[in-house]
Design a protein around this ligand. Structure first.
Ligand SMILES: Nc1ncnc2c1ncn2[C@@H]1O[C@H](COP(=O)(O)OP(=O)(O)OP(=O)(O)O)[C@@H](O)[C@H]1O
Length: 461
């Protein structure tokens, strides 16, 4: 039995809770659904003859997809079929020739790449032209020109974007190439887990699986290497991974917030190796480049329809100088405020309002609850609104508890204040969340590693 069939009851109960469905809606639309078959990564769901496939598709397709992913940890496409549908007959008689649209993941999706981060969407300016040229050279001839390629620069300046661009370029040219992109946090946490499994069950295959995953690549990209902090076993393992790939002529690309010589926690033998290839820095963009990045974003996100006046764009580019993520965030915020403000115009006062909450690294960074929320949300790839919401799926509830814990331990906030900051959570929820993380952090080395990385992101000092 496939995991979706096995957990179907749990999936629909989750849907009911998450979307606050009344008993009537649930019993009318959801309860009668049946899993008919699973072909590749598509779940075929039967809708009974009394219901409308169109209605269910419109209303429940996406929620159901999310709930399936929440409960099973796997992503599936969904196809609803009516019991009367003659496609069903075809399916029964010839399942392999089914009319179900098969969707196979592209190599880039499998490699975990952001489709938006390509060379085409990267604006080249004086701050990054060397790093860009080096990245392009490596993408054109991986393993041949600069190995390793070491990219460094401050927060939000485009290191990850360039790394993904290289990976996309290589896979576009040859989808069979083995390309793996991970953060150093993932590398560390997977190693900890593999070592733990080896220890508890005496099962050495976990560690050999880990080694296979990292060594069996044509291109390995490791982001934010500065977070391989003070962990001897991780540095040791990475040293061997590096040697293995390098001696077999495979390309290694590393990013960091500092050049190798300035990463204090790095072992000397790794530092030397990182200096073997080419080191390229990315610095903060100048005004013209910031304007060009804003224009590019308008084009890519189809924001032309808002006719943002030039002086408003100039105002943003003049005020957000050292972090491109914040530059983009300002534009998003501006549009969001404009949409809320039905009567208004897009003008400088609105832009000033949008910039109010942007924590610019130009100013001295104070550790505030808002900063912690921003960093936790960014770390887990969710939004601050998710953290403040009442959503209970683990992907959000767990980061929320981490945010509670960090706000409580890194700022002077009381339990009550933490609850308010997180969208009005009550005292006992906050207390439970904080205690849970505090006790798990002591026992669970992976969680401890993740929390330390987030702490460093909040307060690099
Ligand atoms: N030159 C550029 N052209 C267009 N977009 C850019 C450019 N540089 C950065 N960006 C955008 O800015 C955002 C932040 O970039 P990215 O995540 O690559 O930064 P980073 O240096 O890896 O940050 P961190 O230090 O937090 O890991 C992304 O949305 C990225 O697309």
């Amino acid at each position: 039995m496939n995991i979706v069939e096995e957990k179907w009851e749990e999936i629909i109960e989750h849907l009911k809770v998450e979307h606050d469905l009344s008993n009537v809606s649930f019993n009318t639309w959801i309860r009668p659904l049946k899993v008919y078959d699973i072909i590749d990564d598509t779940v075929i769901i039967l809708v009974n003859s009394n219901s409308s496939v169109e209605y269910i598709e419109k209303k429940y397709l996406l929620p159901l997809k999310v709930c399936i992913a929440d409960i099973t940890g796997e992503e599936y496409e969904i196809r609803f079929l009516s019991e009367d549908d003659n496609v069903l007959e075809e399916l029964k008689s010839n399942p392999s020739e089914s009319t179900v649209k098969k969707r196979t993941k592209s190599a880039a999706e499998k490699a975990g790449l952001n489709p938006k981060y390509t060379f085409d969407t990267f604006v080249v300016g004086g701050n990054n032209n060397f790093a860009h040229a080096a990245s392009l050279a490596v993408a054109e001839s991986p393993g041949e020109v600069y190995n390793p390629l070491f990219l460094y620069g401050g927060v939000g300046l485009g290191k990850t974007h360039l790394m993904h661009s290289i990976a996309h370029f290589i896979l576009d040219k040859n989808p069979k190439k083995k390309v793996l992109y991970v953060t150093s946090e993932t590398f560390t946490n997977e190693l900890i887990e593999a070592l733990k499994m080896g220890k508890t069950s005496g099962n050495e295959s976990a560690i050999s699986k880990f080694r296979d995953k990292y060594r069996n690549n044509d291109v390995l990209l490791i982001d934010d290497i500065q977070f391989i902090i003070g962990k001897e076993s991780t540095q040791e393992e990475f040293f061997h991974t590096f040697n293995h790939l390098h001696t077999s002529g495979k390309q290694i690309i590393i990013s960091s917030d500092k050049p190798p010589k300035d990463i204090e926690t790095l072992e000397a033998r790794l530092r030397t190796r990182f200096e073997w290839g080419l080191i390229a820095d990315i610095s903060a963009p100048n005004y013209e480049t910031r304007m060009a990045i804003l224009q590019k974003k308008i084009e890519l996100d189809q924001l032309e329809k808002y006719n943002i006046p030039k002086d408003v764009l100039k105002y943003i580019a003049e005020n957000v100088k050292t972090n491109i993520r914040e530059l983009e965030g300002s534009l998003n915020k501006l549009i969001a405020l404009y949409k809320l403000n039905h009567e208004g115009e897009i003008d400088i006062p609105l832009a000033a309002e949008a910039l109010k909450d942007i924590i610019s690294s130009d100013n001295k960074r104070e550790v505030t609850p808002e900063l912690i929320l921003d960093i936790v949300a960014d770390h887990f790839g969710i939004t601050v609104a998710d953290l403040k919401s009442n959503k209970r799926n683990a992907d959000i509830a767990f980061p929320r508890q981490i945010a509670m814990f960090l706000i409580r331990t890194m700022t002077e906030s009381s339990l009550k204040a933490v609850g308010i900051i997180l969208g009005g959570k009550d005292h006992s929820t906050v207390k439970y969340g904080i205690e849970k993380i505090a006790s798990e952090e002591k026992k669970d080395e992976t969680l401890n590693n993740t929390i330390n990385i987030i702490r460093k992101k909040i307060n690099p000092a």
